[in-house]
Design a protein around this ligand. Structure first.
Ligand code: NAG
Length: 270
């Protein structure tokens, strides 16, 4: 191994800023893998205006921990690795681009993570939904709105331009921003992505997709986990894991939402 890197799920793990360590229950295996980390937005821009009204901040004891997407008035969609908590430890902030100002707070009342979620096998099935209280109010000004989900089993094409958004770190162990960031990247060749991770004993499953830029240095990082990878405003992926934060040659791996459309629909019947 050329150098020590972080290969982990893209939660806020570790504490460059001295905040308490957030190690979700059940994610120990992931965190323990040498060099694997939770992804962050790097090389991106601050989102201007309420362009992403479906984006929420999933918080642990009032601190941002993961991203997520509004599915309907009662449910959000996020990663299973963001969900290994008791409901009363979690809350959702909706309706704002800035973690310090505006928005609406919601309690989490139910957590349903995928029955076959396996953090010790390449975070396979890294998907969950949570019920909130009070329900989201979908206002006429479009400040808060549900996202669009892909149909079951639709595959985003290799090379398609996609956008990832989040409040994650701006660099590996770097600053945690208050503003929502976005960065434009591309769907990566699945078999090349799988080849990249094979030496680490990881498998990129058919239910996962990869995205990157040819030169690296753009992508997601710690704190972006669970948030959306968007293709023309449809949530095609959920930020799951990567080696480092956009380390060159190692695309970020996303849960492919279209593999779980039927599962999500079955859980979020309002
Ligand atoms: C992915 O890369 C492999 C190996 O270079 C190639 O055989 C395959 O056709 C590519 N797939 C797509 C969808 O581009």
């Amino acid at each position: 191994m050329a150098k020590l890197v972080a290969l982990v799920v893209l939660l806020i793990i570790g504490t460059a800023l001295g905040s308490p360590q957030r190690k979700p229950k059940g994610v120990g295996a992931a965190v323990g893998l040498p060099g694997f980390t939770d992804p962050y937005i790097i090389g991106g821009d601050i989102v201007q205006g309420r362009k992403y009204p479906g984006q929420i901040s999933l918080q642990v004891d009032g601190d941002h921990n993961c991203g997520g997407s509004i599915v309907n008035a009662n449910y959000i969609l996020t990663a299973a690795h963001c969900s290994q908590y008791e409901p009363e430890e979690l809350s959702v902030l909706s309706g704002t681009n800035n973690l310090k100002t505006g928005g609406t707070r919601h309690k989490v009342t139910e957590i349903h993570y995928h029955e076959d979620y396996n953090p010790s096998d390449s975070w396979h099935n890294d998907v969950s939904v949570m019920k909130v209280d009070p329900p989201f109010q979908f206002d006429a000004d479009g400040n808060t709105a549900p996202v669009t989900l892909p149909e079951q089993d639709i595959e985003p094409p290799v090379g398609a331009e996609v956008t990832v958004i989040g409040w994650g770190r701006l660099s590996y162990m770097g600053e945690l921003p208050d503003d929502l960031y976005e960065v434009s990247i591309f769907i990566w060749n699945h078999s090349l992505c799988n080849d990249a991770y094979k030496p680490d004993g990881l498998t990129v499953y058919p239910e996962q997709i990869c995205a990157d830029t040819p030169g690296g240095n753009k992508g997601s990082c710690n704190g972006d986990s669970g948030g959306p990878l968007l293709m023309e405003n449809t949530v095609v992926g959920l930020v799951s894991w990567a080696r480092g934060c956009d380390e060159k040659g190692y695309p970020t791996v996303y849960t492919r939402v279209s593999a779980y459309r039927d599962w999500i629909d079955s859980k979020v019947k309002a």
